[in-house]
Design a protein around this ligand. Sequence first.
Ligand code: GRF
Length: 207
Amino acid sequence: MALLSPLPPSPWPRFSEPLKLAVLASGNGSNLEAIATAIAQGDLHAQVQVVIYNNPKAKVAERAERLGLPKVLLNHRHYPSREALDQDIISTVQAHGADWVIMAGWMRCVTQVLIDAFPGKVLNIHPSLLPSFPGIHAVDQALAAGVKVSGCTVHHVELKVDSGPIIIQAVVPVLPDDTPDTLQARIQVQEHRIYPAAIALAASQMA
Ligand code: GRF
């Protein structure tokens, strides 16, 4: 059971042109797949122009391949600074014709360089009800604190990690026998539901 935040009914607002997304991911890529599915089903009027990943072994690379999406590896270890990585991200996003930066499990701190390049168009998803439990191991943090509800948040990105104006949240009850894995799994179900809707909502608020 989840205490669901209301979402605008799908299909969500259509724009004269599909939104051009660049998805940044470091790991599994299930949120990338949820976004691609919402697009394929006609719920989200958008295109994933490129998937950028920073870890050569990330499973998201296989997913992008299977989904037929262009992918680019930008290995953060090869850059002298966070700004230099972000500058290359900007160039890659622009070279692929995208202007929305969708962070979906992107495990790097971004700099003002990236935020300023796409004003209002850099989004992130986090597995807690922000502003509670920012940073890594958010699900473990929530369990350790003994909260009775947790959830997930899609927000605009600001410099401070996991901060910025909130777009959509979904609430997930914490069950007495939850482990980090079981709670994370139920939170992810809600992440996959709210991220495509949040992208549409953010875009409609800019129009
Ligand atoms: C999600 O739980 C997201 O909230 C966090 O990283 C995880 C990424 O999951 N930022 P996936 O790679 O999309 O499966």
